[in-house]
Design a binder for this molecule. Structure first.
Ligand SMILES: NC(=O)c1ccc[n+]([C@@H]2O[C@H](COP(=O)([O-])OP(=O)(O)OC[C@H]3O[C@@H](n4cnc5c(N)ncnc54)[C@H](OP(=O)(O)O)[C@@H]3O)[C@@H](O)[C@H]2O)c1
Length: 312
């Protein structure tokens, strides 16, 4: 099978053996894989999966069953998050345990399904951290335009919260279309002059000081750092416990892959309550170009790599 392999600081397409499913594993023919920050963070941290193959958000078709598989059949359409089991999504085939597979209904395309793991569940976890947001909560989302942000706006609106999205000029229309109540342009508006206070401030990108967030949280409000520059992460690691001494809490999200969250997201998409926003679908042979574009950190929604066709 063909796979995109990372070794000695470079990506190369290689031919390797198609894996064989054992025990409760299934062999999936991958239709598409979406990129996540985890893919470039592993490269930056020099912590490449053993296989040398990145990609943790995959959708495809079950082609072979291990001897003890109970819940899936050949031909099933599935999506999974392989973050906790070695990535491996930038390849034509992968074997995964049946327990991490979520079935994809026929009215959801596998391209859309592959855009869900990690980004959508991270958004869900940030909105539910400690206490789920509720109707009329005022939520400020900074960095509402990428993979995580486009899901977060939609999920916050599903919960009937009042959403203020911070994006740049070219993403303002998208933020409006996704349902944001107020849209601020971080390139033009002076965000630090905001007068409003919030029940929850979620930072997906950007690097305002924690003192700014503190003065814009309501009493008992919650600040959640999802992502942003490494420098900001380190500052948050040191300062969040100190800022949390009063009645406002400051947390760093550590989102874990969770099958029931992914099932919930797929159901919301199937019921047309939310939709994956995909900036571009690249063919597999353009995967390096896709990775290099994504790594720049200016995606408008998700970047998806199509590896095979749904019907062979
Ligand atoms: N905590 C966790 O468990 C967890 C899990 C998954 C991801 N993450 C993190 O979440 C972050 C976002 O991931 P992603 O997949 O959504 O990335 P992405 O798809 O690359 O999106 C990044 C978005 O941020 C916007 N942006 C860049 N600089 C900004 C700024 N100063 N203010 C506001 N927006 C800005 C970009 O738009 P423009 O530059 O065009 O404005 C782009 O749309 C990453 O840092 C990732 O590491 C954390």
């Amino acid at each position: 099978m063909k796979a995109l392999h990372y070794n000695k600081k470079e990506f190369k397409f290689i031919e390797c053996d198609k894996p064989t499913p054992i025990d409760t594993q299934v062999l999936i023919r991958i239709v598409s894989t979406s990129l996540n920050a985890g893919d470039y963070r592993l490269v930056q941290l020099n912590s490449i999966p053993k296989s040398g193959i990145l990609g943790n958000s995959i959708a495809g078709i079950v082609e072979e069953l291990g001897p003890h598989v109970k819940s899936l059949n050949i031909g099933d359409r599935v999506v999974c998050d392989t973050s906790d089991c070695g990535f491996g999504g930038l390849a034509e085939y992968i074997t995964v345990d049946e327990s991490i597979c979520v079935s994809v209904p026929l009215n959801v395309s596998l391209l859309d399904a592959s855009a869900c793991p990690v980004a959508s569940t991270t958004a869900l976890n940030a909105l539910r951290l400690e206490k789920p947001i509720k109707e009329d909560d005022r939520v400020l989302i900074i960095g509402a335009s990428g993979g995580v942000g486009t899901y977060m706006v939609q999920l916050a609106k599903q919960a009937k919260a009042h959403v203020t999205s911070v994006v740049s000029t070219h993403n303002m229309d998208q933020a409006r279309d996704l349902g944001s109540d107020i849209i601020l342009n971080y390139k033009k508006d002076d965000i630090t002059q905001l007068k409003e206070t919030y029940d929850r401030i979620i930072v997906i990108n950007g690097s305002y000081p924690l003192s700014f967030y503190q003065s814009h949280l309501k009493p008992n409000g919650l600040y959640v750092m999802v992502g942003g520059p490494i420098k900001q992460f380190i500052k948050n690691l040191i300062l969040c416990p100190l800022y949390s001494l009063g009645n406002k809490k400051f947390r760093i999200l550590n989102s874990k892959s969770n099958i029931s969250d992914l099932q919930e997201i797929i159901q919301l998409i199937s019921n047309k309550k939310i939709k994956p926003i995909i900036e571009k679908v690249y063919p597999f042979d353009k995967a390096i170009e896709a990775y290099q574009t994504f790594e720049k950190g200016h995606s408008k929604g998700k970047i998806v790599i199509q590896i095979s066709n749904e019907s062979k």
